[in-house]
Write a protein that binds this ligand. Structure first.
Ligand SMILES: N[C@@H](CCC[C@H](N)C(=O)O)C(=O)O
Length: 290
């Protein structure tokens, strides 16, 4: 494909925003430098990440899933790094497929590096994704910001999260840079760090510093990890009681509702919006490719 043909869309899920690059045949080379250029908020289009939309059958990482899910979400962080999963991304990905008429309201499956995710596009505009189970792989790290240090809970939603329950979200500071954590060896590939306060019964608020993207206004996998961490802290485990547990999670960019079912499946619901579409200027793209 010639570079002059590269189209994009812009979308967000609770203000976790993405440049969407439709590429059904996996014909576009997307090196990290190009992803970072697209996500640059001053010199590029600006986003927390890129959703590269590829047919599963056309992508080496998803070919084996092609019978289960026609489309593969090749997700990249704003710095160009590859991540296993993006919860808001998969909801926006589904909204994009609906926007272009590839799917209709109702249920669909999307292949991701974290496996096939079932998504439901509701009539009211909400998008629900079944995120799979959370893993709680042992002790977390300590996280330090501005002279305060917290123990964290380690929750894996396909990607890693370190969750600190704090007294005040302002204690997370400006989050311009990654909070320090120790021991670093717990997360050799980096970690997403969430700061959480209580808002009421089964209702929390959070801020997040995302691996590869910095502070974002929402993180879907982060909200799921936080809901599970809060439930265990609150001695609520649906596997033991047989009763689903739902947490409302407020983020700077909106609210996500997270339900953990007795079989461990976690469902996340929230808005997902397409806001613009266009064509990337070929000269700018060529300069970026070097
Ligand atoms: N914003 C995403 C998470 C994106 C991946 C993350 N930064 C990582 O590197 O693990 C979400 O909504 O889940």
């Amino acid at each position: 494909m010639t570079i002059s043909q590269i189209a994009f869309l812009k979308g967000h899920g609770t203000e976790n925003d993405f440049v969407i690059v439709p590429d059904p045949d996996n014909a576009i080379d997307l090196p990290a430098s190009l992803v970072a250029g697209l996500c640059d908020r001053r010199a590029g289009i600006g986003a927390d990440g890129v959703l590269h939309v590829v047919r599963s059958a056309a992508h080496p990482e998803a070919r084996a899933l092609a019978d289960e899910a026609e489309w593969f979400m090749d997700y990249r962080n704003a710095d160009g790094s590859v991540a296993e999963m993006c919860g808001n991304g998969v909801r926006v990905f589904a909204r994009y497929l609906q926007h272009v008429g590839a799917v209709e309201e109702g249920d669909l499956a999307v292949a991701t590096r974290g496996g096939v995710k079932k998504v439901h596009l509701a009539k009211n505009g909400d998008v629900t994704v079944s995120m799979g189970r959370a893993l709680l792989p042992g002790d977390g790290v300590t996280v330090t910001v501005g002279g305060r240090t917290w123990d964290t809970r380690n929750v894996n939603m396909g990607n890693p999260h370190a969750i600190a329950f704090v007294d005040d979200l302002a204690h997370a500071g400006d989050l311009f840079s990654e909070p320090s954590f120790a021991p670093a060896a717990v997360y050799p590939d980096g970690v997403n760090i969430e700061f959480v306060v209580d808002r009421g019964p089964r209702h929390v608020a959070m801020r997040v510093h995302e691996r590869g993207s910095g502070e974002t206004r929402s993180c879907g996998t982060g909200a799921c990890a936080v809901a599970v961490a809060a439930a265990r802290r609150d001695a609520a485990d649906p596997a033991e009681t047989g009763v689903p547990v739902t947490y409302t999670v407020d983020l700077p960019g909106g609210t996500l509702v997270i339900t953990e079912r007795p079989d461990g499946e976690i469902e996340m619901t929230g808005a997902a919006v397409i806001v613009a579409e266009g064509v990337i200027d070929p000269a700018w793209l060529e300069a970026l490719r070097g």
